[in-house]
Design a protein around this ligand. Sequence first.
Ligand code: NAD
Length: 260
Amino acid sequence: MSLKGRTALVTGSTSGIGLGIAKALAAQGANIMLNGFGDGETIAKVRREVETLGVKTGYSAADMSKPADVEALVAATVKEFGAVDILVNNAGIQHVANVDEFPLDAWDRVIQINLTSCFQSMRAALPHMKKRGWGRIINIASAHGIVASAGKSAYVAAKHGLVGLTKVVALETATLPITANTICPGWVLTPLVQKQIDALAERKGISGAAAKDELLSEKQPSKEFATPEQIGGLAAFLCSPAADQIRGSNFSIDGGWTAQ
Ligand code: NAD
């Protein structure tokens, strides 16, 4: 339980990758501030699942599309737990359309949630990490933080931006016991990706299983999804003493996607 006594704020942790990371950090003893959307029953279930690992949880419905909510989320974490030792910026959305048809409000929303909110949460959390003399920042980018795909301009711009932003923070904290790194997942079967599978199946008139195969075959040489547990395992490692000098790096968990 190497993270006993630490507090982790994980944005977008009511489902998918964020929940996988929350559980992995809780398994190491960190108390978890959960965040994300969901009805009362879903949130209560998620909290129970994480608390079963022997830690305390808090929950905030802060909306990462609203700048004031991002700052309030960091403040609420400090108020409830006295610290934000680990910050995982995970909340993210997708919008698919070619540039000449991409609505400006969709662009703004993707950039705010996937990039600007990460800047805001780091800006708000860093003074607390400096005061406590320890911190870990883990930003969840994507294979799309390294390479591009047609139709995903805002997402690719935000994720490339997040990889660069993380390097800047790592340099600004280089002499401190605070590290900042990015994880770049390939396809992980979560609600975010299920929507894209459903859209592909409908567009091509094929079954869900065939759409899944096609999605993986196009990009991910292993032809297997990465899992939230695997992303969580890497996040926990990045919070361990073995990772003290890992600074400004980005880690692909993408079945070979970006090796091509
Ligand atoms: P998901 O849709 O399963 O979960 C997203 C989480 O973010 C949910 O808890 C949701 O409630 C929350 N969320 C969405 N909008 C929010 C907002 N405005 N404010 C607060 N919370 C909000 O998605 P996921 O696939 O688990 O994705 C998590 C992260 O991983 C995202 O940043 C995504 O870009 C990235 N990612 C996912 C994949 C993949 O294949 N699933 C691949 C690469 C990167």
